[in-house]
Write a protein that binds this ligand. Structure first.
Ligand SMILES: Cc1ncc(COP(=O)(O)O)c(C=O)c1O
Length: 448
């Protein structure tokens, strides 16, 4: 299995999920669970959508497969046009992959290739943030900021460097404010400070060697770090100053997760490349994409140059047909608006949990929240490795599932529980999550 400690299942039963319906999934014992993570930040439109299954079947019958290597098919053409239409500014060039890691990989390769063709051949390095996850191919894993995930596969691709993320809860002392916590001004100052670390890293490495910076709109690993106000605006200025490409890795944040088609729209910044996947098809078929600006396409347009990169299944006809039908659902049912209308209620419901001694922070935006657990709320002291192991692996993941909630207990950074339900969810689902979490987190105190 993927990312699985197999020894955990020597005695325990592997959960087998057999079907889904709306916001719920069912296991092989026909027990029902609220899908608090949309599978893996994927099933935006919810489970059991017949029209998506039918779109796939119809396409498979008509043309099951054809590559987009010097050929095209109508699904890829239509979807590329549609996605480019949603994407901000002149992000008009869509390169399909089969998933998110491949999109990240493609973005780095395009950045390097672009600079080689435009007289800046030395620009090849990438900057990314501490604890950020960008995928598992060698390039994407090199960009990832989780040393533990990389160690088994070192040496990885050289030339990647880390800067601080935007974890306000654990921001340096000077941004923590008084007893009331950080003010809006502290938050903004923290954002500028964090953005300026990127400029510093570019200077350290030499601007003539840096090709791109990879950032998620809301960083997932570590437990949902939204950008402080002004952060991305300053990052954009820095990227312009040093001619470094801003890659918005929206593998999680695109397609409604934050109530917009793209996270860049939510926070008002203009990337040079967006990488996306997951929610594009709501998971009814695999698909990813790298969306690049016209400027990045220019050197390949009429010079005779080729971007020597591709995937057999990139832009698969069945997946593109499913994506079109999925985006129809987005439009028809106003899924993005549903998120915007309800995110405040979702946040308020989860914030009720702050009365528990174990809950240190509730953070996120849209339908994308992290709950950080701490040993001591006053000092924000976190758990040591053995405690985190007992709490998360020994108890929480299983207990939440037994309480009827599928979600993620994660200690790649500080220990968090993450929630990212399908975009169709409403207050009844929020209450269900809060109730289950409350029971389990109370009980967790006995397992430390
Ligand atoms: C921000 C980000 N980038 C890249 C990836 C990798 O995507 P995939 O698992 O589809 O390769 C992920 C996966 O969760 C992700 O969250």
């Amino acid at each position: 299995m993927h990312f699985t400690r197999h020894s955990s299942y020597e005695t325990a039963e592997v959960p087998v999920i057999t079907r889904g319906e709306g916001a719920y999934i069912y296991d092989s014992h026909d027990r029902r669970y609220l899908d608090g993570l949309s599978g893996l930040f994927v099933v935006q439109a919810g489970h059991g959508r017949k029209e998506l299954a039918e779109a796939a079947a119809k396409q498979a019958e008509k043309l099951a497969f054809f590559p987009i290597w010097s050929y095209a098919h109508p699904g890829a053409i239509d979807l590329a046009e549609r996605v480019a239409g949603y994407a901000p500014g002149d992000l008009n060039r869509v390169f399909f992959t089969t998933g998110g890691g491949e999109a990240v990989e493609s973005a780095w390769k395009l950045a390097k290739n672009f600079f080689k063709l435009t007289g800046k051949a030395g620009k090849h390095k990438v900057i990314s943030r501490a604890i950020a996850y960008h995928g598992t191919p060698h390039g994407a894993l090199s960009i990832t900021g989780l040393p533990g995930l990389k160690a088994p596969f070192e040496p990885l691709v050289p030339s990647t460097f880390r800067v601080p993320n935007t974890n306000l809860y654990r921001a340096p002392e000077q941004f923590q404010g008084g007893p009331e916590g950080p003010s809006a001004a502290d938050e903004e100052a923290f954002g500028l400070w964090a953005a300026d670390r990127i400029a510093e890293a570019i200077e350290f490495e030499g601007p003539e060697t840096v090709a791109a910076i990879f950032l998620e709109p809301v960083q997932n690993a570590g437990g949902c770090f939204p950008p402080p106000p002004g952060y991305f605006q300053r990052v954009r200025e820095i990227c312009d100053e040093y001619d470094v490409l801003l890659v918005s890795d929206e593998v999680i944040c695109a397609f409604g997760r934050l109530g917009h088609m793209f996270g860049a729209d939510r926070y008002g910044y203009q990337p040079d490349i967006i990488t996306c996947a997951k929610g594009l098809t709501s998971g009814y078929s695999p698909l990813g994409a790298m969306i690049a600006t016209d400027r990045l396409f220019e050197p390949f347009k009429s010079s005779g140059e080729t971007f020597l990169h591709g995937y057999t299944f990139g832009g698969h006809p069945v997946s593109t047909a499913v994506a079109m039908a999925n985006l129809d659902i987005f439009e028809r049912e106003g899924l993005n608006q549903n998120v915007l209308d309800n995110e405040g209620a979702f946040r308020a419901t989860l914030e009720k949990l702050l009365d528990l001694p174990l809950v240190g922070d509730v953070r996120g935006d849209g339908y994308f929240f992290g709950i950080e657990m701490v040993k001591d709320k006053a000092t924000k002291e976190t758990f040591n490795d053995a405690e985190a192991e007992r709490l998360l692996r020994g108890f929480l993941s299983k207990a939440l599932f037994e309480a009827g909630i599928y979600c993620r207990a994660d200690d790649r950074g500080d220990p968090v529980v993450q929630l990212a339900p399908p975009l169709i969810c409403d207050q009844t689902h929020f209450d269900e999550m809060e109730q289950a979490l409350r029971g389990v987190l109370k009980e967790a105190e006995n397992h430390l």
